[in-house]
Design a protein around this ligand. Sequence first.
Ligand SMILES: Nc1ncnc2c1ncn2[C@@H]1O[C@H](COP(=O)(O)OP(=O)(O)O)[C@@H](O)[C@H]1O
Ligand SMILES: [Mg+2]
Length: 391
Amino acid sequence: MAGLTLENINKIYPNGFQATYDISLDVEDGEFLVLVGPSGCGKSTALRMIAGLEDISSGKLTIGGRVVNDVEPKDRDIAMVFQNYALYPHMTVADNIGFALKLARLPKTEISERVNKAAAILDLTDQLDRKPGQLSGGQRQRVAMGRAIVRQPSAFLMDEPLSNLDAKLRVAMRAEIAALQHDLGVTTVYVTHDQVEAMTMGDRVAVLNKGYLMQVDTPQDLYDRPDNVFVAGFIGSPSMNLVAGRLEGTPEAPVAVLGAERISIDPLAEGSALREHLNTDLVIGLRPEDLEDVVIAVDAPADRQITATARLVESLGSEIIVHFPMDAPQYIVEDAIDDDAEKGLGKDEETDVYVARLSPRSPVRNGAEITMAVDSSRFHYFDLATGNAIR
Ligand SMILES: Nc1ncnc2c1ncn2[C@@H]1O[C@H](COP(=O)(O)OP(=O)(O)O)[C@@H](O)[C@H]1O
Ligand SMILES: [Mg+2]
């Protein structure tokens, strides 16, 4: 087993397009690292460079302490699981799983030993003589995993391996893969565009946008302490509300200004970076769950409330999601898909709709006015120019 290290990895495709910029990342031995980001942000490019399927334009890639920039894929001691895990339809499950070992001319007994062991781990023992066509989607996915496992690699690389499965199976399989990885303890880099998948599976999650690594952290730290507006908006569902706002008042009695709403915040401690931002424009982030109907949050201070019209009320049973317009410009984050989207302030009033996640006991009704308590101690603040967190 082995860790992986990426040092200032750049990828410039032959057509001149730069897909990754100075990516530096340490994946520890045995770690499950998830690489997540919007479509087109460079996830597959990064993974394919690790696998050796794509040249590294500049930078250094180390696997198990060995620099492998110029090592052939087959000699890198890694196994890859793809989104399109084409199984050979005419071969049995056992032959599919053992195919790479057969190519490597391992002795027959060794092959069947490894295949049986992998099948036992994957709960495929009873399926070994079947053909892929006779299996369920989940079982086929496990056969694809089996192919990787039998090679006993020092690292697994997985590129959206669940994206062809239906939603329910995907949820079941992500738990299975995470448990399997944990049992095997093999260093794994797992690519997905689905932030929920990333959060539930990864020991740590690396967030990529437009070829840049935005932050690497544990799921909880990414959620609680996003380093920049991109991560703030990308991680979490519904997304964090990002408002182009302002801090006013004094360090002892500061006020967050969200358009027409003025919300008191806790005094700014001596040395707090926020002190430097008093009376300047910045981005204020509010998680939807940090808002609550005042009917429920009865002790909420009057200077920490927002009143708005509930434009759309979605009752999910365990919670109520309320969309409400607020007379404050929304901050729009640029990502890999929206190349044309204008960064910065929302121009269209229709976009200035925010989201709250309320208790299912809230009596909120579609179209009615609602007053919500705001936990302003949980606000996030970002520099308007750089998008970086202010702490
Ligand atoms: N062979 C290539 N030549 C030029 N550009 C490419 C090539 N392959 C991918 N790209 C571009 O690189 C960017 C990242 O692609 P990719 O790594 O596949 O993204 P992701 O896997 O995150 O969706 C995209 O803009 C894509 O169009
Ligand atoms: Mg991809």
